[in-house]
Design a protein around this ligand. Structure first.
Ligand SMILES: [Zn+2]
Length: 114
């Protein structure tokens, strides 16, 4: 991380792991699993906090969610069809999604969290 997060930010660095930012639990808009962390898909340290409109994938269902960040905090919403099409058109994003589906097929799906 290049600078400490703003104290008003809903995101906090995970102690001992610069690659993960934590936030208050939110439900995946696709499967309802509680999500409370975000990281880069390739294990690199996070260089910035998510912005309004940034996308994230649920580790449980691979559902595409969109961060809604404003003065009242952070929420997640399901991606629109256009956002999903745009995501799938990006080769790196598509590779990440394919890797998640391969992980799921290999039985490496994280447990349902609540
Ligand atoms: Zn999910």
């Amino acid at each position: 991380m290049t600078s400490p997060p703003d104290e008003r930010s809903p995101f906090r660095p995970q102690p001992g792991d610069a690659g993960v930012l934590r936030f208050d639990k939110l439900k995946c808009p696709t499967c309802g699993t509680k999500m409370d962390a975000v990281s880069e898909t390739d294990g690199r340290p996070m260089t910035r906090t998510p912005d309004n409109g940034d996308r994230t994938l649920c580790l449980r269902c691979a559902g595409l969610a969109v961060f809604c960040i404003g003065p009242l905090g952070v929420a997640l919403r399901a991606a629109t069809a256009d956002e999903f099409a745009e995501f799938q058109a990006d080769p790196e994003s598509r590779r990440t999604l394919e890797a998640m589906h391969m992980m799921f097929e290999a039985g490496k799906r994280p447990p349902q969290r609540d």
